[in-house]
Design a protein around this ligand. Structure first.
Ligand code: SF4
Length: 423
């Protein structure tokens, strides 16, 4: 509480002079978020620094019982600052969920770490939907939400189609190159303040789906299908999960990573459940209902566009969310809560029976909602082959990969080579 009034502020006048540093997470989404924030008048840079120095800085300035994602994000910030010369012209952006989980406190941990590292004069901006930092210079306006929602929609479509095709491409790297070409094109459109309307989304999502439909693929070999779930940071950030996606693909798997839409809709639905179960704010619940409606219209665009190709589209989230029923209540919402259970149930339902559940050190909620429900999921789906992998500063990559290889060997045993491959 001591820092409530004396921390450096990110003021509106700094928008033109200061670069906002953002931790890396989802490659495609982050590139598009960067473009939409730049168009909104902010100077932005996604950090890409990795390596042992990030963990070392995290361990130096964060208490070692803190969740691993906080340690990595703070370590990445400090390592990045250590290599900059424009220290008086940077601002750090961190997300706050506003829920009961420790992610709401990351901002205080970061400010404390900055002070200890000698960077206490650098402002920290909070990105949140709960007004936890009321004096933030970053204003969440409807036009910004619209741009970010469009970026998220394109990001989810690209990530989905990339993962569907990357293991079968006949020209190595072509699926990735196609995604990068689209990111360039969409970023150029964003720069002209185009590409974010409903009509534009409809047009470009259709074109993206058709471009992946036309990508040359070899479907002659059946591959084990592996889904990735877990705490949001270690699920999505290659820094957090030691490049899990690349490792699985290198081992001959087809992978599925549930989209960011699921997490955002999960957060929005939680406000409605909060009102229903715990009698919290009715106004917030009504606002979230509006946003759910807004996103569901765009989700429909993704699904309808992909269903016109040979690629199987993702499921509607309204279906996914119901899959946790009977396993975990919608009232369970710390960490990834019921979403983690629902995503595992869905993955098994759509044929990704093999699942890696990424669990960071210090994350009690996701141990309950991930590891804690595996037995129940296996009793409903006996063919589910789930492995929980722990990520922490002392866990070695070799140990993690050996456990995943064991899961993959079981997956490969169950493959029927005569089954036709369906994207
Ligand atoms: S979900 Fe887990 S890792 Fe994330 S803030 Fe909560 S306890 Fe920490």
């Amino acid at each position: 509480m001591e820092e409530q009034n004396d921390y450096p502020k990110f003021t509106p006048s700094m928008r033109k002079t200061h670069t906002i540093l953002i931790p890396s997470m989802l490659e495609f989404h982050m590139a598009l978020f960067e473009a939409s924030l730049i168009q909104s008048g902010y100077k932005v840079e996604i950090m890409h620094n990795e390596g042992p120095a990030v963990v070392e800085e995290g361990l130096k300035y964060v208490h070692n019982d803190t969740c691993y994602p906080a340690l990595l994000v703070i370590g990445q910030f400090i390592d990045n600052l250590n290599h900059r010369t424009d220290l008086d012209k940077v601002v750090l952006l961190i997300t706050q969920t506003g829920g009961g989980c420790r992610a709401s406190n990351y901002i205080h941990l970061l400010r404390k770490a900055l002070k200890k590292a000698g960077y206490g004069y650098i402002p920290v901006v909070s990105l949140n939907a709960s007004n936890l930092e009321k004096d933030s210079g970053l204003k969440i306006t409807f036009p910004l939400i619209k741009k970010v929602a469009a970026a998220m929609t394109y990001g989810d479509v690209l990530m989905y189609l990339y993962n569907k095709t990357r293991s079968y491409e006949t020209v190595k790297g072509s699926a990735k190159q196609l995604a990068l070409d689209w990111i360039k094109k969409l970023s150029d459109l964003f720069a002209e303040n185009k590409g974010t309307s409903y009509r534009s989304l409809k047009k470009y999502i259709k074109q993206i789906a058709l471009s992946y439909d036309a990508l040359s693929v070899d479907l002659s070999h059946t591959k084990p299908k592996v889904g990735i779930v877990g705490e949001i940071y270690v699920k999505y950030a290659s820094l957090g999960n030691n490049h899990l996606e690349e490792f699985l693909v290198s081992q001959g798997a087809e992978i599925m990573v549930p989209g960011l839409y699921g997490f955002i809709l999960y957060c929005l639905y939680n406000s409605i459940y909060d009102y229903q179960f715990y009698k919290s704010s009715k106004i917030k619940a009504i606002g979230c209902k509006f946003l759910i409606h807004y996103l569901r219209k765009r989700e429909k665009l993704m699904i309808q566009s992909i269903s016109k190709t040979k690629i199987t589209p993702m499921k509607y989230f309204s279906h996914t969310k119901d899959l946790s029923e009977g396993v975990l209540s919608h009232g369970t919402k710390m960490g990834e809560g019921w979403l983690l259970t629902a995503e595992m149930m869905e993955l098994v339902e759509i044929g990704y029976n093999n699942i890696v559940c990424a669990q960071p050190f210090g994350c009690l909620p996701n141990h309950v909602c991930g590891k804690g429900v595996m037995k129940k999921i296996k009793s409903i789906h006996p063919n589910a082959n789930i492995v929980a992998i722990d990520y922490d500063p002392s866990a070695t990559k070799v140990n993690q990969e050996n456990r995943i290889k064991l899961m993959l060997s079981i997956a490969k045993e169950k493959i029927n080579e005569d089954d036709p491959v369906k994207l």
